[in-house]
Design a protein around this ligand. Structure first.
Ligand code: IVH
Length: 684
């Protein structure tokens, strides 16, 4: 027999659950239970409400027909205030390791520890850079979510929080606590932030960073908008708890994934300042690789007893501190926009900035991508701008700060003529990057030589930007092959050039004659042909004459070479000027042939001369391992099935390639058969 109390609790839980289901069904168009399950819950609620008419609330799901639900039923049109039962405090900041040390000294004094006593147990976790959110569960059911507000009163954002995938609507727990308020940070991961900003027009304005975007999303009036912006939530604390006693950070973090929340991405136990500072350095180094923003670490003394002993300051607990990282976003002035011409003739705008320190690095230039991007961001020369660094990426101008304009800012007009050679600029249809088409443009020549000499291409020691500049402007070098015709005296006669440096350059050029054919191919700077594609091409087209004679169809048969790369290679070698340049390089003694013979040329190899396509999931081999095995056995792996395919190596879930192979009568084998053919041939 259930008690009246249990029944009333059940009414509340069913009401909340049905609310969620209505919301998912009618507002988000994304139901999470079957209609039958929904009806079952509704009938249960109806029969309980019949027994307890006084418990029927005005907004009970039994009182309203579903289709008339509106977003406002879930989030009122002005976000209503929510008083926090336990205030949502903030954290004291420590701006670096020294301040963290001072905090720990205060903690030791607060706990009356003596010299020689060890430090109290502490945890270290990420300080997530998003928006604080409080999520209340009653009997395991999400009933309310709120922002932090001023710490005492926040705003209700239940509907928006219900759209967040990493927030369970119901705690996965057979015996959930009667009441628990979980606190965490709502964030927008970088990839989703970029996508969101890309989709916004100049009028809507760009979000300066994921935190602003998360805040704007959480406070949306219409949860359908929030649903389109995939917020994520990481829980880091507890407000109210009844019917459970999670008294340490470790206990909370262990419990969260069991309830259906994200596991904490980072939690370490520490018991001394040294290990703490080691972690600080480690996370500082790694943070730019994370898929979301963090702005420091939060250090918390572990355990309710010690926390109680330490107590609170006015607005922050004494038992925790935020150890902040230097920010990766800064504001500075946009002094000018200059246009650079690359080796392919692409014209790219570059922002010249008043130098500013960003996360420990001085930034004075930033990429602006293309003219459309400048327009979209609405940048004017002289603007105060937000700039940011992330990872190894070139610094970016995020947006102008329009409120700081004083009318002296100037519009930027993209040049109609190439700034290096004054030829009219052309923007291919459907592309956003304007090009200079003059192959003799000095900026392009410089770019091509720089690429040819670069470390991953022919790696010409001592041939840097400045020297290239001199060689090109003196008219000594127009194409890479001109480098090999340079004579010592001419180089030594250049301004600021010592005899010894000139000798070194000639010797370095001599050394490049030992570099592999694939590096030369990469160095030629063919559009779409980077280091890896050059290697793949050379794997199948073993010398320059075979390669120059290859048709687009032949090139497309090379693994990972699609129509765009194939067309670009064929087009490159069809130009008379290129053929002439290749002859000059050949005469200079550069390698035009792959070293050694590949297995595909060894006619005794078990798969010699066979073209093999791989598809589906193989039982034991990864795709790369299978490719390596086939190549080592003399087979040529290509990407798509055609009449010239000899074998299809098919694993599980082989799709359209298998169908095509069957249609074309191509022999299909599995991994075991491949092994038999290779091993059978080598052991017999
Ligand atoms: S604990 C009593 N842990 O930082 C204070 N806060 O500056 C409880 N934050 O409003 C906060 N990551 O929004 C805590 N791992 C973390 C956090 C974190 C981010 C935010 C939180 C808070 C602000 C305080």
């Amino acid at each position: 027999m259930s008690s009246e109390n249990d029944d009333l609790r059940r009414i509340r839980a069913l009401t909340a659950q049905l609310h969620q289901h209505n919301f998912r069904y009618y507002i988000l168009d994304d139901p999470q239970v079957s209609d039958a399950e929904y009806d079952r819950l509704l009938r249960q609620l109806q029969s309980l409400e019949k027994r307890y008419p006084a418990a029927v609330s005005d907004d009970s799901p039994t009182q309203k027909v579903g289709a008339s639900w509106t977003p406002e039923d879930f989030v009122a049109d002005r976000l209503p205030p929510v008083e926090h039962d336990v205030p949502m405090l903030s954290l004291e900041n420590a701006m670096g390791p020294d301040a963290a040390r001072q905090w720990l000294d205060r903690v030791r004094r607060g706990l009356k520890l003596k010299e020689g006593d060890s430090d109290p147990p502490m945890t270290v976790e990420y300080k997530f850079d998003g928006v604080a959110v409080s999520i209340l569960y009653e009997d395991g059911v999400l009933v309310r979510a709120a922002t932090r507000g001023d710490g005492f009163t926040g705003e209700e954002v239940t509907g928006n929080v219900r759209t967040i995938r990493s927030v369970p609507q119901q705690l996965a727990d057979e015996k959930p606590p009667a009441r628990i308020e979980l606190r965490g940070e709502a964030m927008l991961p970088h990839a989703d932030f970029e996508a969101l900003n890309q989709s916004r027009s100049a009028e809507e304005g760009l979000f300066a960073n994921p935190r602003n975007a998360a805040a704007g999303t959480l406070r949306q009036l219409d949860p359908r908008i929030a649903a389109k912006r995939p917020l994520d939530v990481f829980i880091y604390g507890i407000g109210v708890q009844q019917g459970i006693d999670l008294s340490s950070q470790q206990q909370l973090v262990d419990q969260l994934p069991r309830w259906g929340f994200n596991a904490s991405p980072f939690l370490r136990q520490v018991n001394g300042i040294d290990s703490l500072l080691e972690i600080y350095q480690q996370v500082l180094d790694e943070r730019e690789q994370l898929p979301f923003d963090i702005d420091g670490l939060v250090i918390k003394v572990e355990g309710a007893d010690l926390r109680d002993q330490l107590g609170m300051r006015a607005r922050s607990p004494r038992w925790a501190i935020a150890l902040k990282f230097p920010p990766l976003q800064e504001t500075t002035r946009l002094l000018d926009i200059q246009v650079q011409v690359g080796r392919t003739g692409a014209l790219t705008p570059v922002a010249h900035l008043e130098p500013v320190q960003v996360g420990g690095v001085t930034v004075s230039r930033a990429g602006l991508h293309n003219p459309k991007e400048i327009e979209r961001k609405g940048l004017k020369i002289g603007d105060h701008v937000v700039i940011q660094r992330a990872g190894d990426v070139i610094p970016q101008v995020v947006k102008p700060i329009e409120s700081l304009r004083d009318g002296t800012e100037k519009d930027f007009h993209f040049p109609e003529k190439c700034p290096a050679c004054s030829q009219v600029v052309w923007c291919p249809e459907g592309e956003v990057i304007p090009h200079c088409q003059n192959l003799q443009c000095p900026a392009q020549i410089r770019g091509r030589i720089e690429h040819f000499a670069s470390r991953r291409a022919l790696d010409i020691d001592g041939l840097g930007e400045k020297l290239i500049d001199q060689l090109v402007s003196e008219g000594l070098v127009k194409t890479p092959s001109d480098l090999y015709r340079l004579n010592l005296d001419a180089v030594a006669a250049l301004e600021r050039m010592a005899q010894k440096s000139a000798e070194n350059l000639i010797a370095a050029l001599e050394q490049t004659k030992q570099r592999s054919f694939s590096r030369l191919l990469h160095a030629l700077g063919i559009r779409h042909v980077g280091e890896r594609v050059a290697e793949l091409i050379v794997d199948s087209q073993r010398d320059i004459d075979t390669l120059m004679a290859a048709s687009i169809e032949t090139l497309e048969q090379i693994d990972e070479v699609g129509p765009a790369i194939a067309a670009s290679v064929a087009d490159f070698f069809s130009r008379a000027s290129v053929r002439q340049e290749i002859e000059s390089l050949r005469e200079s003694g550069l390698k035009m042939k792959a070293d050694g013979s590949s297995a595909s040329q060894d006619s005794d190899a078990p798969l010699s001369g066979l073209t093999v396509v791989i598809t589906g999931t193989l039982p034991n081999l990864s795709r790369d391992e299978a490719k390596a095995l086939v190549s080592a056995a003399g087979g040529k792996v290509t990407a798509s099935v055609s009449k010239s395919t000899d074998l299809l190596l098919a694993g599980e879930k082989a799709g359209s390639k298998l169908e095509k192979a069957q249609k074309l009568d191509v022999e299909v084998i599995d991994e075991a058969e491949l092994r038999r053919r290779i091993d059978g041939a080598t052991t017999s």
